[in-house]
Design a protein around this ligand. Structure first.
Ligand code: ADP
Ligand code: MG
Length: 759
């Protein structure tokens, strides 16, 4: 029955698709359905080239030119009856292969494990619960949530969409985005590019959000069908590996010349040609630093594993090297330098300021006026402000116990839900509203709106639809023309407006993250665009929350500065908020020198920005687009930039920076795809840790190269000089091979994986 759905789901209605797939439109699939479908449809992934088997990897150890020469030498010795030499050479070849195999296998496994960690996840509803699962575990019928920045994990039929825009270049080659909507049914013949009621695997959500039901997975998706055409990801060589390859090749040529000279001189002197042949081969084997490239790979791979233990996941090998050389870290504030466990501290109403007690995502706490607890249930205006916060919201709370919660979604919104709970705002009140649609938050507009239909007369009377708006006060207050005060709606006088902006600045200077809440009655729900809804608003209140700096961030900033690395903070928050946090962390000095706002940035030409960029430590109220300009300016000043980001619009800056760092927890798939490194715990301190490891790896590789080259040169010189001045050969072939085995392999490789040295 499920097979039917795989044909043309865009041609059917959503209800029909859901019925055929047996999916509950609210709760998703049940555990039993999932179990059965996993067996039937298999994992949701494209067929990949086969992984190298351990046997093949072992066999590969014998394909090296040098090793082949050695095997040839063993055969020659065997024919000449030199059994001791022949056996010894074979023994050495095998030992060498085993050592090489063990190292490479470990490195290979470490890399595979890292890839697993980097695998994308999907947000789904199963058994009525919101979950995040690895995308490979999706089955047809799964209810998925799509948000701006997500990679669509499978082909799916849309159920609802709010300004959902998808970029489908991977499938259609068209790089501008397409707006999607859950239209009832499209013509059966509709081509992929026009299937606006479908979201396809491998495409990217660039705006808005929506819900969809998976119709096909893995090789059955449109992407799977053309998977043969999709280029395979190439393993990249790092700059260091490339340079070492060149050095290695040079050494090989040099060795061949020297060995040829030694061989010819030996023959001319009348030495046994067979003996001389073995000497020549052994010397070549000893002199060629065969492990060079391999050891670098191993050092990088094992280094990456150490970095993961410190919560930094490297996606591109070259980043390991570049990390050690970083000269500036540009970090987001919220969540990276701060805890991201926000707590509402103040609710500013037109005629009074309420304070709120309590910590984090816990409902323990109370509302106070002039330090006296109040009964929040009886304060209608407070209830209105908090219900706007709760209704203009896309996040959810998951109860850990009676009073503690986990936030699924944006922590800023989570804090609002907690505050609403603290005030005893009941779900019933919220059920007087029917959700219509949403104008999602974006980091450039810095606000969001939800639109509801009222089922009964609510706060202002009337049952016409209403828009609830929340966002950065300096972007919302200018849109307000009226204010709600004492149960009445009156014009917003200029003096009041100025007063509100002053309160906003005062609280921001205390490191508060601030939101304004407002609403507007709508005549109809016909025209629900940003321009027509977000105007003539009625101001309701300001909500101030704290977001304490992470405990370990201060030490990490100090460590970075000691290591000669600049730190800059980039945030969408208010300038005063940013400065207060920066002061706390010792990122900047006490005044606003060394800080730029998005508005100031806009007035600077790129040249002017370049002149200031090295002295600027705080960027506030910037949009993601500004980050790109900042990276470019820094690069123009010869900096090696590590830049963090999480949203879709951060991707260009992450690509442009030498080290693009995506947030592992709050980051979108798009940001992760664009990055060189993923910060698994979103923590600034982990960036500094990764830089430290990067430097250690670089240092180890250098030690290793010095070690290998110096003892190889020693051997070759001893043999060369002895031949030249007519002394007997100082080393027998087997001795050369033995020295090579015991020095080149274990001790050298040990150097490659040594711990970081202090300092
Ligand atoms: P950052 O992540 O650097 O702190 P954001 O771009 O997330 O900056 O936020 C900038 C401003 O937008 C915040 O100061 C806040 O006023 C507002 N804001 C943040 N999140 C939301 C949201 N979910 N809804 C409405 N407004 C928000
Ligand atoms: Mg943010």
């Amino acid at each position: 029955m499920i097979d039917e759905i795989e044909t043309q789901p865009w041609h059917k209605t959503t209800a029909q698709v859901l019925r055929e797939l047996g999916t509950d439109p609210q709760k998703g699939l049940t555990a039993a359905q999932v179990q059965q479908r996993v067996a039937e449809f298999g994992p949701n992934k494209l067929n990949e080239g086969k992984a190298i088997s351990p046997l093949a990897l072992f066999a590969e150890q014998f394909t090296d030119f040098i090793v082949l020469t050695l095997i040839a030498a063993a055969i020659v010795s065997g024919f000449l009856g030199e059994w001791l030499d022949a056996t010894a050479i074979v023994g050495i070849v095998i030992l060498n292969a085993i050592l090489g195999f063990v190292q490479e296998y470990r490195a290979e496994r470490a890399l595979a494990a890292l890839k697993q960690l980097a695998a994308p996840t999907a947000q789904i509803m199963r058994d009525g619960e919101l979950q995040s699962i690895p995308s490979v575990d999706l089955v047809p019928g799964d209810l998925i949530l799509l948000r701006s920045g997500d990679l669509v994990p499978a082909d799916a039929r849309l159920i609802d969409a709010y300004i959902l825009k998808v970029e489908e270049a991977a499938l259609t080659g068209e790089s501008s985005s397409v707006e999607k909507s859950p239209i009832e049914s499209l013509d059966a013949e509709t081509t992929i590019a026009d299937r606006v009621n479908m979201a396809h695997a491998g495409t990217v959500v660039v705006q808005g959000r929506g819900r969809a039901v998976v119709t096909s997975t893995g090789m059955k998706t449109e992407l799977g069908r053309i998977a043969g055409l999709v280029e395979q990801i190439q393993e990249e060589e790092t700059p260091l590996q490339k340079r070492l390859d060149q050095v290695g090749r040079f050494i090989v040529y040099l060795t061949i010349v020297i060995v040829a000279i030694i061989f010819v001189f030996g023959i001319l002197r009348g030495d046994n040609p067979v003996e001389m042949f073995l000497v020549a081969v052994s010397l070549a084997v000893a002199a060629v630093p065969e492990g060079l490239a391999a050891v670098v790979t191993i050092a990088l791979a094992l280094g990456m594993r150490r970095m993961v233990r410190r919560h930094a996941l490297i996606r591109r090998l070259p980043a390991v090297e570049t990390l050690g050389a970083a000269t500036i870290i540009c970090s987001d504030k919220t969540g990276t330098l701060t805890e991201n466990e926000l707590t509402v501290r103040e609710v500013v109403l037109p005629d009074r300021v309420l304070t709120v007690t309590g910590e984090g995502f816990s409902t323990v706490g109370e509302f106070r006026l002039n330090d006296q607890p109040i009964r929040p249930e009886e304060d209608a205006h407070l209830q209105l402000a908090l219900s706007i916060g709760a209704l203009c919201n896309t996040s959810e709370l998951q109860a850990l116990d009676d009073t503690h919660f986990r936030v699924i979604g944006d922590p800023t919104e989570g804090a609002l839900l907690i505050a609403a709970k603290k005030a005893g705002l009941d779900a019933e009140q919220i059920h007087d509203y029917n959700f219509v649609t949403e104008l999602p938050f974006d980091a450039t507009r810095k606000r969001m709106t939800t639109i509801y239909e009222r089922t009964v007369e609510t706060f202002e009377g009337g049952i016409e639809p209403v828009a609830f708006v929340k966002g950065a006060p300096d972007t919302v207050i200018p849109l307000c023309t009226q204010i709600r005060n004492n149960g009445k709606t009156v014009a917003l006088a200029p003096a009041m407006r100025a007063e509100l902006l002053k309160t906003n600045a005062r609280l921001a200077a205390q490191a508060r993250r601030l939101l304004a809440v407002a609403y507007r009655r709508l005549d109809s729900t016909d025209d629900l665009t940003v321009g027509s809804v977000e105007r003539d608003l009625v101001f309701v209140g300001l909500i101030g929350m704290i977001d304490p700096p992470r405990a370990e961030a201060k030490a990490a900033v100090a460590q970075a500065l000691r290591a000669g690395i600049h730190v800059a903070m980039i945030t969408g928050d208010h300038l005063e908020t940013a400065l207060a946090v920066a002061r706390d962390l010792n990122i900047s000095t006490s005044d606003a020198n060394g800080a730029l706002t998005g508005a100031q940035l806009e007035r600077l030409t790129q040249k002017e920005l370049e002149a200031r960029v090295l002295d600027t430590h705080v960027y506030a109220r910037v949009s993601p687009e500004d980050k790109l300009r900042i990276v470019r300016a820094l690069k123009a000043r010869d900096q090696i930039v590590a830049m963090t980001g999480d949203g879709v619009n951060d991707a260009p800056a992450l690509k442009e920076a030498q080290i693009g760092i995506a947030m592992g927890i709050n980051g979108t798939d798009v940001a992760k795809e664009a990055s060189d490194m993923v910060l698994l715990d979103d923590n600034f301190a982990s960036i500094v840790g990764a830089v430290q490891e990067g430097r250690a790896i670089f240092d180890n590789i250098r030690k290793f190269i010095h070690f290998v080259l110096s003892h190889n040169i020693g051997e070759v010189l001893a043999m060369f000089v002895a031949t030249m001045v007519g002394l007997p050969l100082p080393l027998l072939p087997i001795q050369i091979l033995w020295i090579n085995l015991v020095t080149d392999s274990l001790p050298a490789r040990a150097l490659g994986v040594e711990q970081a040295e202090p300092g």
